[in-house]
Design a protein around this ligand. Structure first.
Ligand code: SF4
Length: 242
């Protein structure tokens, strides 16, 4: 492991992020930087095989372009049994937490500031312990090769909110950060990658960000699943219809 090369990549990442031409290119860089962060901080790195973040109110926010990549991959790779389990799990989640899920959707599509972040955290808290609907029975991510950017960055990045850096990690990782001597400035910064995702790496008709369960819910049909990914589902009508 060459930690000085890793730290150099981390230091240069904010300049690199705005130049990334495609979503797969961004994913490759985010994967490398997360690995660089773990190599630099082996005492804090997420243990191999850990899926804690997929269990802790895990509702990754994704753009339509990210969802299209993920859904298209699922259509070619998933078995009928996986789709059936997903339909059942999604139905259970939606019926139990419909209001909360739509509140999170609304928060994601308005200006992001400390009060709205606080509301988002408040909305997520009652979902504590609710697993991601894409987590499989064997504990693995069901879409690992095409998992969203938030999942790739989790544990290895920090985000800046009003000039203060915070670890982008599950609660136990955050506690480990705060009880260690590690400097958050040595973690790659997520903000430039979020800006790239939101402003440039979208198709023209891709205008909405939502949480993964609602993207999937928008692709349910009467007897199964939509044939292709929609970049701009009518979320307003969907919210009113169930
Ligand atoms: S998409 Fe995969 S990695 Fe992300 S929260 Fe769900 S199961 Fe975990």
């Amino acid at each position: 492991m060459n930690t000085s090369a890793a730290q150099l990549r981390i230091a240069l990442a904010p300049q690199l992020a705005p130049t990334l031409p495609t979503l797969p290119a961004l994913y490759a860089v985010v994967d490398q930087l997360a690995q660089d962060a773990f190599d630099t901080h082996p005492d804090i790195a997420c243990p191999t095989g850990c899926n804690t973040c997929c269990h802790q109110a895990s509702m990754p926010a994704v753009t339509g372009t990210e969802f299209a990549l993920l859904y298209t991959w699922m259509q070619s790779e998933w078995t009928l049994a996986q789709w059936r389990t997903l339909a059942s799990d999604l139905e259970t989640l939606y019926r139990a937490h419909k209001t909360r899920l739509w509140a999170m959707h609304a928060q994601l599509n308005q200006a992001f500031d400390p009060p709205s972040l606080a509301r988002l955290i408040r909305d997520i808290q009652p979902l504590e312990g609710t697993p991601c609907v894409l987590l499989q029975g064997d504990g693995r991510c069901g879409v690992y090769p095409v998992r969203p950017s938030k999942c790739r960055a989790h544990g290895g990045f920090a985000f800046d909110m009003n000039g203060q850096r915070h670890p982008q990690a599950c609660r136990s990782e955050v506690e480990r950060w705060h009880s260690s001597d590690a400097d958050l400035l040595t973690l790659p910064l997520w903000n430039p990658f979020e800006q790239r995702l939101q402003r440039h790496l979208r198709f023209e008709s891709d205008t909405v960000t939502s949480i993964l369960p609602l993207w999937l819910w928008a692709h349910r049909t009467g007897d199964g699943w939509g044939e292709r990914a929609l970049l701009a589902p009518d979320f307003n009508t969907l919210e009113r219809s169930f």
